[in-house]
Design a protein around this ligand. Structure first.
Ligand SMILES: C[S@@+](CC[C@H](N)C(=O)[O-])C[C@H]1O[C@@H](n2cnc3c(N)ncnc32)[C@H](O)[C@@H]1O
Length: 273
């Protein structure tokens, strides 16, 4: 098991989620993809950021889409439900892939979504398979950034699009740990925005949209932290994925955003050639 899978993997994840849904008053017999958004959108600004990225990406109902580092499959199911397109998720954490598959079945999206347990650095797909490759909050776990973007470019058809929503390095110095993507600094590989832009251009991409969302991400995250302090955690929430150090991880992400130690960017690029 990779140390990344060790960091994210949790025993009994599906039952934990189902119990939390019931505690929230949801009936498991008629759940929709929206009911899962509090836990399966594992990135800053949750569903809101996913909706924005989908609008920027111009997804169509016949698009073949790949979600790289799909986690519990929240964005995968959102895109399938919203656009009716077929979408494939890839993730290195086996418990996430199994749970993602089960959640898709639970909300009736198993025909449009599928999940493969594999590394983003070596994906089990032919060259030029996809129209759109999508990733949110994954590359901060990946040291080999040229390899990551090369592999994404490989599976995209020429003219295909790459959409990302990611945590990048900030000017304020290294982050405080633990954070949700890494318990220790050795698991975190943040790249500065201008270095990412140069790397993507070298990897065969042309920028269509490039957006610094740090300010709105900070505002959103600090408001969520405050709600949590005032009212406590709701039954269904990302704390269920963060283990015993959930409170420290939330506090450190807030601090890192406030001290400009991390930035948050979204972008859509086109594969040239
Ligand atoms: C913070 S979660 C984000 C999940 C999902 N993209 C989302 O936004 O809800 C990071 C995910 O990246 C996956 N991941 C990290 N490194 C990976 C790699 N080398 N290959 C595939 N998945 C990876 C983890 O297993 C985890 O599911």
């Amino acid at each position: 098991m990779s140390s990344v899978a060790g960091h994210y993997g949790l025993p009994d994840l599906l039952s934990t989620i189902l119990n939390a849904l019931e505690a929230q008053g949801k009936s498991l017999d008629n759940l929709t993809a929206d009911d899962l958004a509090a836990i399966d959108e594992f990135h800053i600004r949750g569903r809101e950021a996913t909706v924005e990225l989908a609008e920027m990406s111009e997804v169509r109902n016949n698009s073949k889409v790949l979600d790289v580092g799909s986690g519990l499959g929240g964005s995968t199911r959102f895109l399938a439900a919203e656009f009716g397109c077929r979408i494939v998720g890839v993730d290195i954490t086996p418990e996430y892939c199994e749970t993602a598959q089960a959640l898709s079945k639970l909300v009736g999206l198993e025909q449009l979504t599928e999940f493969h347990c594999a590394s983003a650095l070596e994906m089990p797909f032919e060259d030029a398979t996809f129209d759109l490759a999508w990733t949110q909050h994954v590359q901060m776990n990946i040291a080999d950034k040229p390899g990551f973007y090369r592999e994404i470019a490989r599976v995209l058809r020429p003219g295909g699009r790459f959409a990302f929503h990611d945590i990048l390095a900030g000017p304020g110095g290294p982050p405080h740990f633990p954070v949700h993507w890494a318990g220790v600094p050795e698991m975190s590989f943040l790249i500065a925005p201008h270095d990412l832009l140069a790397l993507l251009e070298r990897s065969g991409f042309r920028v269509l949209t490039w957006r610094d969302t740090t300010a709105i991400s900070r505002e959103w995250f600090l408001a969520a932290l405050q709600r949590r302090q005032e009212s406590g955690a709701p039954p269904l929430g990302l704390h269920l994925l963060l283990g015993d150090t959930a409170a420290d991880k939330f506090a450190n992400v807030g601090r890192n955003l406030s001290e400009d130690r991390i930035t948050v960017f979204q972008g859509v690029l086109e594969k040239t050639g």
